[in-house]
Design a protein around this ligand. Sequence first.
Ligand SMILES: *Cc1c(COP(=O)(O)O)cnc(C)c1O
Length: 380
Amino acid sequence: MKEVLNHVPLFALDYGKDEEDAVLGVLRSKWLTMGEETKSFEVEFARYIGVKHAIAVSNCTAALHLAILAAGVGDGDEVICPSMTFVATVNAITYAGGIPVFADLVSEDNWTISPECIDSLISSRTRAIMVMHYGGFSCDMDSINKLARRKGVKVIEDAAHAIGSTCHNRKLGSMGDISCFSFFSNKNLSTGEGGMVCTNDDGTAEKIRLFRSHGMTSMTLDRYKGHAFGYDIVEKGFNYRIDEIHSALGRVQLRKLDRNNLRRLKAAQSYRRLLSEVGEIRIPFERYEHRPNFHIFPILLNRGVNRDKFMRFLREKGIETSIHYKPVHTCSYYVKRFNVPMLPVTEEIGRREMSLPMYPDIKVEAIEQVVSAIKSYLEN
Ligand SMILES: *Cc1c(COP(=O)(O)O)cnc(C)c1O
């Protein structure tokens, strides 16, 4: 029998007519940035997450920078963070002159930041704790919030992976002091580029709005509508604005999000069922009790498996895989600039992690193809 080779991408967008219409609507309106689409996107997003304020920005890296500034992080202040994350989480700390203090993960099953490690690293110089909900799985927010309150430091959630995930019936991104979301192409809600900052605190929201647009006291739309004529600059702000096309795409994608996250859940269940007989790999978060959004599908390879060779083999079979992530504290810039610690759990996962294709529209046949390729490699 001839072998049928189908291409299985790591990720595929769910874009269609609604997105096309949304973009055309903006083009025809002839209002391109920070207008009614952005306002509505912010209102709808805040309602979805269950927070008082949502402030749309150009990307999540900008969102993280604004969150760090709003948390009061400045030169020499320490921020405790994970190393098993996309580098933007940590870069944002350094933009404000902050010093990243890397904490290890809970275990080889739970790849989120360890509250015990955080506790041991808090000092008089700690200004904030930055957490990241890896793969859409919640960090232990109860313990981390309790700890933070006791020590008087802020909690920032990098929720770039976690849009739509819930924990005790609350959305991730609604439990820290400030949270940040990404709408980069490969995220569960995609607009190409885009991000959001959320908070329940009025003062924090006001600061973030100011920093988003030059520290300027009135917005273009207000002046256009005659609500304001003059302006002042009250902070050293940035241009981290989003435009109307991205906001309009975001509104359409937000309406599809829950349905698409459910489709991801079904795919994850198929993977788990089919992979349960494969002894050489382990699926993390086995004992997880909340509802993740399955942003990615990470696996942990046994120590003997050569990851590079394995990934190359799968690519030859038409299957795209990826690594999430090379630990940030092992990247040369961070090794050169900072006192990086040894993080045994992070480093072990960093050597053995691999992510399989995951997107709402992935078919059971594609998942079967991935798993049978995995088996055929590991059995030889
Ligand atoms: C994607 C991502 C970011 C960066 O988001 P951008 O919108 O591309 O700036 C930050 N943190 C994590 C964990 C991410 O996955």
